[in-house]
Design a protein around this ligand. Structure first.
Ligand SMILES: [Zn+2]
Length: 91
């Protein structure tokens, strides 16, 4: 995935290598920006997952309202209010 390319001599080392095979210089992840964008990507994916779960949670009061009218809606909202923090905590 990540080529540990030596900044000194340009040798491409093993992904997990800490020091260059050729010149022995300490290797650092070349592109921090790549790591950063990867993190952003992960956050985006998490948000997407949480969004799906939240959408599901909000359909509960709607479904209950359809089947049981206003009391169902109230119960559904209570369930959603309990479920939303639980869902958010999970992600
Ligand atoms: Zn080197």
């Amino acid at each position: 995935m990540f080529d540990m390319k030596c900044n000194e001599c340009g040798t491409v080392n093993n992904e997990n290598a800490k020091y260059c095979n050729n010149c022995g210089v300490e290797l650092k992840r070349q592109s921090n920006s790549q790591d950063f964008s990867e993190k952003l990507d992960n956050i985006g994916k998490k948000m997407q997952k949480a969004g799906c779960a939240l959408t599901f949670v909000f359909t509960i009061p709607i479904l209950l309202a359809i089947f049981f009218g206003i009391p169902g809606l109230i119960i559904g909202i209570v369930i959603a209010m309990i479920a939303v923090p639980a869902v958010l905590k999970q992600y």
